[in-house]
Design a protein around this ligand. Structure first.
Ligand code: HDD
Length: 730
């Protein structure tokens, strides 16, 4: 059948690993092949259906038409109820040092071993086709294909969650999803039902601070942290258990876009994060994260002023430092979105020996939900046979049959014990790698209630708010004012103010001002359905307020990595007559440091430089937009400068870049373009390096020093101080 042997289609920089090699046997490539039906029959005409004569009706006999249309009619599967919109990549994980002191998980004990991973990032609330830039939590789900089976770390980019008990999850999601009568709004929490629910769930106060912060607007999936959220257990070979929290720390630092920018990107490029991840991997700029762990010995379980089983609490890094134990590198894009990214099925219950669960009631509920959801989403019990979900080691058990079964199990026996089949497959002892649940002692009464140790809803919300920089704090106030401003029901807004005042009075006062309301006096018991009638208000404060931290630097993005411009996108605005030296000196240096540089001109095709060189722009002002870049440079060349000065789109580009607090550089010759912007008169007349680095705008005739300072400015990412005194709606 094949006219040629099939070729693998992927960029050369991308890497293979055990899992991607195994996937090869399921991939197919149609290059230079004949078209066939699903049953292998060569098709001779795919343009016309079979008809009774030139102008006659189509014949029922046309099995080729029927097969094609039937398959098409069945192409869609239900999208995920949450995290429907996602993007994924293959990669590898390597532990730095043997962790066997803490865990017997083999992939964490062998520093030489590379474990294949598949990672899916997502938004939570929006549908599959919604924008990447919604204000939302981001999913961060990692499937490790280990030699002991798959381990899934199904986390988010925020370390806590909205609710403490899984029984409230359907309510939370019904509240945030588009409202059921009119299916509005899409991919947004800024509506009545979400805040109606949240305002009556004070346990969500901490997570709300995160969700209203810039963490909900990542610059890139590659620039966000990840968290396993729950407290898990590490168990070592001796059976000793320690509590563990998992973290992912991005090597490029944690960066966000501005809210106004996010809304614009949603229109200009709703696939912004998906494209960013894909392009970075295609270009060989492989995203990297370090895996971090916070380890808490069993005997320290009760030493904190919160309950470590409560998923609305984090363990401040100041109390238990994060040890970085390994590195994950994403180095290969999927071959096919549906087969891999859409069909991948994660489950918090996929663990390996050495990793175990705790009694966190949110985790316990999740342990049920993830398999259950795949049964409907992927259509039956054999979803583990879908290539992306298969472990890299063989699967043997007595489970059989079901829709779409692929495996052909040999032999007569599919039960155990069996004498006819030699009792195969065998059960593995703990010493043979069999999973043995941690021997936790349980001695309790059955109750349907919340532990009092879960009742302090506000201390960590306050800790988060207090730990933010001024700009970050202002963004939280703006986000709450925006979201609650979109809520139509005034009593919901008021109830939310009553929650906010428990976190911080100034926060509540500022939001109340924006809403034109006063903060009402509403008792907590009126706000919280889960609070028992006999509860005492003192139960709602920290277990040990004196021992609490007042600030944790790790919670702010202000101190994140700011020493690299790798993969930042820089726009160079140019037109005919541009000074090619002024352009290429800056461009070449930026590229050498790992930035992505695009030349943007009034039209596509080419421009002719001052020295008569032909330069091909990457984008025109029509196809590009400032919100898709991190920084902008205007080279010299009097004709180019005159064109840009008269080009409203170029001036708009700069105005927006300034408004969104981005680095701006101009050759001295191009100053007149800056003069046309609204921000020029706000800039200090005299520059020193210090003022430039504060303002994020540099104009200089000395291209060498300009490019050096520009690089520092781009590395700083955003100049949020520019918003002061809060006159710029970023
Ligand atoms: Fe969940 C998907 C993360 C609580 C029920 N969840 C899902 C995904 C992520 C998370 C990243 C997408 C996986 C993928 O890319 O395919 N979920 C979390 C985190 C939680 C959390 C960090 C709290 C700490 N989830 C949670 C609860 C429940 C669920 C309490 C139900 C009781 N989650 C699901 C689900 C999904 C899911 C319905 C939808 C699609 C899927 O599982 O495969 O089962």
């Amino acid at each position: 059948m094949a006219k040629k042997t099939s070729q693998k289609n992927s960029a050369s920089a991308q890497q293979e690993n055990d899992k991607t090699t195994k996937l090869q046997s399921f991939t197919t490539d149609a290059s230079d092949q004949f078209m066939t039906t699903n049953h292998g029959l060569k098709i001779n005409d795919d343009q016309n259906s079979l008809k009774s004569g030139d102008r006659g009706a189509t014949l029922l006999e046309d099995f080729i038409l029927r097969e094609k249309i039937t398959h098409f009619d069945h192409e869609r599967i239900p999208e995920r109820i949450v995290h429907a919109r996602g993007s994924a990549a293959h990669g590898v994980f390597k532990v730095y040092e043997d962790m066997s002191k803490w865990t017997k998980a083999a992939f964490l004990c062998n520093p030489g071993e590379e474990t294949p991973v598949f990672v899916r990032f997502s938004t939570v609330a929006g549908s599959r086709g919604s924008t990447d830039l919604a204000r939302d939590v981001r999913g961060f789900a990692v499937k490790f294909y280990t030699q002991e089976g798959n381990f899934d770390l199904v986390g988010n980019n925020m370390p806590v969650f909205f609710i403490q008990d899984a029984i409230k999850f359907p309510d939370l999601i019904h509240a945030v999803k588009p409202e059921p009568d009119n299916e509005m709004p899409q991919a947004a929490s800024a509506h009545d039902t979400f805040w109606d629910f949240i305002s009556q769930m004070p346990e969500s106060a901490h997570m709300i601070m995160w969700a209203m912060s810039d963490r909900a607007l990542p610059r890139s999936y590659r620039m966000m942290e990840g968290f396993g959220v729950h407290t898990f257990r590490f168990v070592n070979q001796q059976g000793v258990s320690n509590f563990v929290k998992f973290h992912w720390k991005p090597l490029l630092g944690v960066h966000a876009v501005a809210w106004d920018e996010a809304q614009n990107i949603s229109g200009k490029d709703p696939d912004f994060h998906r494209r960013d991840l894909w392009d970075a991997i295609e270009s060989g700029a492989f995203p990297e994260w370090e895996l971090g762990v916070q380890i808490v010995p069993e005997e320290d379980e009760f030493k904190f002023d919160f309950d470590i089983l409560d998923p609305t609490k984090l363990i401040p890094e100041e109390l238990v430092p994060v040890q970085r134990i390994g590195k994950m590198t994403l180095n290969r894009n999927p071959e096919n979105f549906f087969a891999e990214t859409e069909q991948v099925a994660f489950h918090v219950g996929h663990v390996v020996p050495g990793i175990d669960f705790t009694n966190d009631p949110l985790l316990q509920g999740r342990l049920f939900s993830y398999t259950d959801t795949q049964l409907i989403r992927l259509g039956g019990p054999n979803f583990h046979e879908i290539p992306i979900n298969r472990p890299i080691i063989p699967v043997h058990n007595n489970q059989r049959d079901g829709y779409m079964r692929q495996t052909i199990n040999r032999g007569k026996t599919s039960y155990g014990p069996n004498a006819l089949g030699n009792n195969d497959p065998l059960q593995a002892k703990g010493s043979e790698g069999g999973f043995v649940s941690y021997n936790e002692r349980i001695d309790a009464k059955k109750i349907r209630a919340r532990s009092r140790s879960f009742f302090d809803h506000f201390s960590q919300a306050r800790l988060f708010f207090n730990s933010q920089s001024d700009a970050e704090r202002n963004h939280i106030i703006d986000a709450l004012s925006f979201e609650l401003g979109k809520v139509k029901a005034v009593p919901v807004r008021e109830r939310m103010l009553a929650v906010l005042v428990q976190i911080d009075k100034s926060l509540a006062a500022e939001v109340a001002f924006a809403l034109g309301l006063h903060i009402p006096k509403i008792g907590l018991d009126e706000l919280n359905n889960s609070i028992p009638a006999d509860a005492d208000p003192k139960d709602y404060t920290s277990l040990n307020p004196k021992g609490s931290l007042s600030k944790s630097d790790a919670l702010s993005m202000a101190g994140t990595v700011k020493n690299t411009i790798q993969t930042r996108k820089v726009a160079i605005l140019a037109a005919d007559g541009v000074d090619e030296k002024s352009l290429s000196k800056v461009k070449d240096t930026l590229i050498a440091q790992g930035a992505v540089v695009h030349i943007i001109a009034p039209k596509l095709g080419h421009i002719i430089s001052k020295g008569d060189q032909q330069i091909t722009p990457d984008e025109s002002f029509l196809t590009a937009a400032s919100v898709l870049y991190d920084a902008v440079y205007i080279p010299g060349g009097s004709n180019s400068v005159a064109t840009l000065e008269a080009e409203a789109n170029a001036v708009h580009f700069l105005n927006e870049a300034f408004k969104h607090c981005k680095a701006i550089a101009a050759d001295d010759e191009a100053i007149q373009v800056l003069e046309s912007t609204y921000f020029f008169k706000k800039l200090p007349a005299e520059y020193s390096t210090d003022t430039v680095l504060r303002e994020g705008v540099i104009v200089s005739s000395d291209i060498n020093s300009l490019k050096d300072i520009f690089i520092k400015m781009i590395a700083m990412h955003r100049f949020w101080d520019r918003e002061n005194p809060r006159k710029i709606p970023a």
